[in-house]
Design a binder for this molecule. Sequence first.
Ligand SMILES: NC(=O)c1ccc[n+]([C@@H]2O[C@H](COP(=O)([O-])OP(=O)(O)OC[C@H]3O[C@@H](n4cnc5c(N)ncnc54)[C@H](OP(=O)(O)O)[C@@H]3O)[C@@H](O)[C@H]2O)c1
Length: 259
Amino acid sequence: MSARRVLVTGASSGIGRALAEEAARLGWATILVGRVGPRLEEVARGLPGTGHEVLVADLSVPEGIGIVASAIRRTADAVDVVVNAAGMGTTAPFPLDSAEAERIMLDVNVRAVLELSQVAAEVMRVRGSGAIVNVSSTAAFWSAGTYAASKAWVLVATQGLANQCRPHGVRVMALVPGFTRTEFHQRSGTDASGVRPWMWLDAAGVAREAFASLAAGKDVCIPGRQYRLLVGMVRHLPPRGRAAVLRRLAPLAPVQTDA
Ligand SMILES: NC(=O)c1ccc[n+]([C@@H]2O[C@H](COP(=O)([O-])OP(=O)(O)OC[C@H]3O[C@@H](n4cnc5c(N)ncnc54)[C@H](OP(=O)(O)O)[C@@H]3O)[C@@H](O)[C@H]2O)c1
């Protein structure tokens, strides 16, 4: 597909960074969104091509979402593709974490995705072209808890948005990765060392599959053949059965600290 400018949230690290790198490799200019300017500038300096920009915004607050929404609404240098990759987990499962930690996670994982998708869809439907990619997780299929619920929301809402936007020439896709080596688990204080080695994806491969699936017109992309098989097998099990499979294949625990 021919696109000129891609906006990627969560572009400072992990999957978002890899998506920005893949977009630049495909010849597109990028707008990199995150909270830390120097980190984004370092990513921008490493990208091939020209015209890359950084946009500092905290997506856990309305002002930050507003900054990104304004960039999407900009008519000069229109944004052709919006990728909502920013996301986070909490450091303790509900209800052991604070209500504030849950609010922040919901605002980043759900509210920002909701509002930025809505703005992007509005602008792109008028233009009659464009694409939106929202990053969900395989947790949406087999896990429980508030992080999984936020990612299930992303998946279901994105599929609905795809149906609404398709007749207007706008593509919408949910990217549904499994365990991927990024800063995610360290940031959420999760010891993922028990996850079976074959379950780990690398962010660059996830990004390559994402853009190939978008170009192929898919509504949902589950990177990695092992995950397409696994999701197909476990999604019809009852919730406790799914949880038992996950505990066996990917036992997670809080990181033990000396304190
Ligand atoms: N890694 C996995 O196993 C996995 C699996 C399935 C789905 N996912 C999803 O993939 C997406 C990317 O995660 P990742 O694995 O790449 O994790 P990561 O390496 O921790 O990257 C998270 C990104 O989100 C940004 N971010 C976090 N809070 C933010 C906020 N308040 N405002 C703006 N940006 C914020 C971070 O930017 P700054 O901190 O620089 O602001 C960073 O760029 C997330 O939506 C995650 O849920 C991850």
